[in-house]
Write a protein that binds this ligand. Sequence first.
Ligand SMILES: [Zn+2]
Length: 243
Amino acid sequence: MHLLPILYAVLGAAVAYWILPWLWLRDRKRQLLVRCREQRAIAVTFDDGPSRELTSAITAELAAAEVPASFFLLGVSVQDHEDIVRDLLDQGHQVGCHGEGHVHHWKSPPWAGLVDTYRGLRRLERVTGLPAAAMQFRPPFGKLNLLSLLFVWWHRTPIVMWTHDGHDTRTDRDLTPAELADGLRATGGGVLLLHDFHRHIEDERAQVVNKLQAVLALRHEGFRFVRLRDLLAAPRPPASRTL
Ligand SMILES: [Zn+2]
């Protein structure tokens, strides 16, 4: 007879732990898209790197187009590539944190997400000399639980998502470079997610670069290419400031 209160308590805890962060992150995505449309802007972002070959191929494309990008780095990838992180900063790109070991905050014990976030932030602080509050954090798999959300907030580190998935890691759902550019054109801009972790197969590295090239060509259609922090720091049109 005491089962109902227990059931409500469990449901309430589940809503607080999983659903509230999910709803909040979903709203962040929506706001990103609004910001991109307002500014006719595209923010190209890369997760899970850096890596020796692919990151340098990407930065060569960005330099040729004179476009800055944002790199959300994994601590385990940074470990042997601290020189690349410093190069990214020297070249004017933004670096942010993507955790230490790409822990899924929904599928792991609560402490695992906290420890992973803490290690990722501390490592990046040490390598870049930037405090956590001056970086941005992108959740691995785009997922946070209530504890990890509060933990990142406590560090005053802005949390950022993406609006367009480049599908550069998926073999089950292909998206051509032209289709990717069409999608960004149709929405009036967006925050593009690509990945610069190491791939052994040259074709896999080439498809990331091909997709980047197709998107960079949109600068000839009047799209502005910005770092994520610049996108969010830009002044809003007066009518949009309630978002
Ligand atoms: Zn990732």
